[in-house]
Design a protein around this ligand. Sequence first.
Ligand code: AMP
Length: 392
Amino acid sequence: MKKTIRDIDIKGKRVLMRVDFNVPLDEKQNITDDTRIKSVLPTIKYAQNAPSKLILMSHLGRPKGSVNPQMSLGPCGERLSKLLGKDVKMLKDCVGSSVEEEVSKMKDGDVVLLENLRFHKEETKNDPQFAESLAKLGDVFINDAFGTCHRAHASTEGITKYLPSAMGFLVEKEIEYFDKVLNNPDKPVALILGGAKVSDKIAVIENMLKDIDFLLIGGAMAYTFLKSRLKGVGSSRVEEDKIETASEIFQKARDNNVSIFLPEDHVIAKAITPTARTRVVREHIPDGWIGLDIGPRTIKKFKNALKGAKTILWNGPVGYFEMKPFKRGTTDIAKFISRLDATTVIGGGDTAAAINALGLAKKMSHISTGGGASLEYLEGKELPGIKALQDK
Ligand code: AMP
């Protein structure tokens, strides 16, 4: 068991906390979804009330090691000030003497936000000197950035070599839900997978087949599975080099008594556009057409499979939900499971965005803030950002 913020003394200390403020911004740098900021408020408030001096650090986007004002954390600092009802001072950098000086002036209860860690290329390279420069700013390190725990970066892994380290309440909650689903789920368990790529999800399927009862596959990844069963998939997205793997998964599912549900009808179009003319077809997709959402029969079939489930884990939209003609499948499944008496755990990324956009977030048991991190956790991997924290 790893230490949590409750296990270390933070009173009066400088608490250096890694958060994940990698929020989506529009062209005018307005935050379009602040879920990630809100989800670390419990840890932030806990540290403030200790009281302690709280130094927050995060990355935003992929500035690739150079300063890019479009990817400044400024808008996050402003949003956090509003949410806390307290001034959050935005610093101009994340390391160096002027940052150290600002931090030395802090009083108990103060909160500062460092500038984007990835303005320095050393961050993603897990450079030890850079990690040590960051560590100078704190007396203790708290990691509450679940979304980046699968990366061994200076601010997630390297830094733990220099400071007492523990997790915040968000990381604690994330792993609690995923551990429950992996190790001790209420049965029956249904796993819904969708999204663009099969290759991203094979390891999850392989790790989870022994624990689940139903596997429902939608989204573009379904077409690789359907092609392996010799169905016509037209111009749908297929990963040719994964067709063999898909066949093997059918066999492994049989060995583990897992029922696989695949789409049996499809919403198809000739192009992926918001005004595309669509058709619904059963079974085979004609040449020149792309499968972009599960059809009404499949929705019904999926709902039937899900209605008795006690645990549902969902990663990846079942259609190209960003465009109206192809969002019905994802919307209907989301609404349906939100009403079930089951533990519903939603993997991060696009699925979380879809659920948030539908206003259903509060009706799910847990929505992960980490797309890649949640997939790696479900693959059974130990995440480097968590592994590096101190044991209890
Ligand atoms: P992933 O990151 O692999 O979970 O993929 C998410 C993306 O898959 C979303 O942007 C979806 O719009 C996209 N997606 C879902 N279904 C389809 C489909 N049938 N064809 C193409 N893209 C899809």
